[in-house]
Write a protein that binds this ligand. Structure first.
Ligand SMILES: Nc1ncnc2c1ncn2[C@@H]1O[C@@H]2COP(=O)(O)O[C@H]3[C@@H](O)[C@H](n4cnc5c(N)ncnc54)O[C@@H]3COP(=O)(O)O[C@H]2[C@H]1O
Ligand SMILES: Nc1ncnc2c1ncn2[C@@H]1O[C@@H]2COP(=O)(O)O[C@H]3[C@@H](O)[C@H](n4cnc5c(N)ncnc54)O[C@@H]3COP(=O)(O)O[C@H]2[C@H]1O
Lengths: 141, 141
């Protein structure tokens, strides 16, 4: 098993860089966020502010839970509610220089983790798929 | 690296067994399926028939895409559309005796894979989290 190779890999080599990441802006209404999620097909995406700083993540579950009434999904409420009201802010982040094992541990409980620089600017996302592909490459048994 | 330990692990040791897996029935209307998904919080779950045979998977994305009209999400259509109209049937399955590497390869492109016996009965699901936790345990560098 090529352990040395794996420990040399950094987050920045495995991450999907920011320009390829679908995201929403913190001020957007939930209606726009849900449209981005349904059209892109992603279950959750990062939330950024207007200067591209990382703010949180938002997913279909939280959006739909926020409009689930006693009788039906009250979709009309999506145009008045904002992303910042339902986004998830307690997600761990990575730095692009973090090593492979740090990345692996980060994605155990999260399908993706945001890679953020020291000033909070969004660099990209590190996905479980990227970690699993790398592990599959390195584990020749 | 404890490779021998990893290669001895089978799908049945890592899977979430069927009684703990949220699922929907093939004949259910999409309205019920979406409710199960939003209330459980899962982005997708297995679809079974009345004899608990595995039929496919269904997720929020496909359900919402199927009712996205030009102007709005046409949620009223969810009560007439059925699970079998939008479920995903081309997903690979595993057998409970499949080894660790087979499981790892299976979850590279799927957040979870269904474990099914020779007659097509549903045994459980193998998730990316279970694979990542095992890898984290075994990779002491
Ligand atoms: N358009 C597509 N083409 C091919 N495969 C697709 C796909 N959309 C989803 N998948 C597959 O489904 C997995 C789960 O996607 P999900 O949207 O739930 O969860 C995704 C999504 O929330 C987020 N994500 C991934 N790529 C993204 C991107 N370019 N922009 C924004 N978010 C992204 O990271 C999570 C984990 O992604 P990961 O790649 O590990 O795992 C993905 C990937 O294996
Ligand atoms: N109630 C909860 N408690 C704690 N953590 C939670 C959670 N719901 C979701 N998560 C976390 O979020 C990940 C993605 O969940 P998702 O629902 O998109 O995607 C899930 C879902 O589609 C399915 N799944 C997992 N457990 C399930 C269950 N008991 N019944 C039905 N489907 C399940 O397998 C996918 C991958 O699951 P995995 O565990 O690898 O990864 C999960 C887990 O790390």
């Amino acid at each position: 098993v090529e352990e040395k190779v794996m420990t040399d890999i950094l987050a920045e080599e495995l991450m999907i860089s920011s320009e390829k990441v679908a995201h929403v802006q913190i001020g957007n209404p939930l209606e726009h966020a849900l449209l981005v999620l349904v059209q892109s097909g992603y279950s959750a995406v990062p939330v950024l502010d207007s200067s591209y700083k990382f703010k949180g993540t938002i997913g279909k579950t939280k959006i739909l839970q926020s409009v689930l009434g006693l009788e039906r999904f009250e979709m009309e409420k999506l145009s008045t509610k904002k992303v910042e009201e339902v986004m998830n802010q307690d997600i761990p982040c990575l730095n692009k220089k973090d090593d492979f094992l740090t990345c692996l541990k980060a994605v155990i409980n999260y399908p993706f983790v945001c890679v953020v620089d020291n000033e909070g600017f969004f660099d990209g996302i590190l996905t479980r798929r990227a970690i699993l592909k790398q592990l599959n490459k390195n584990l020749h048994i």
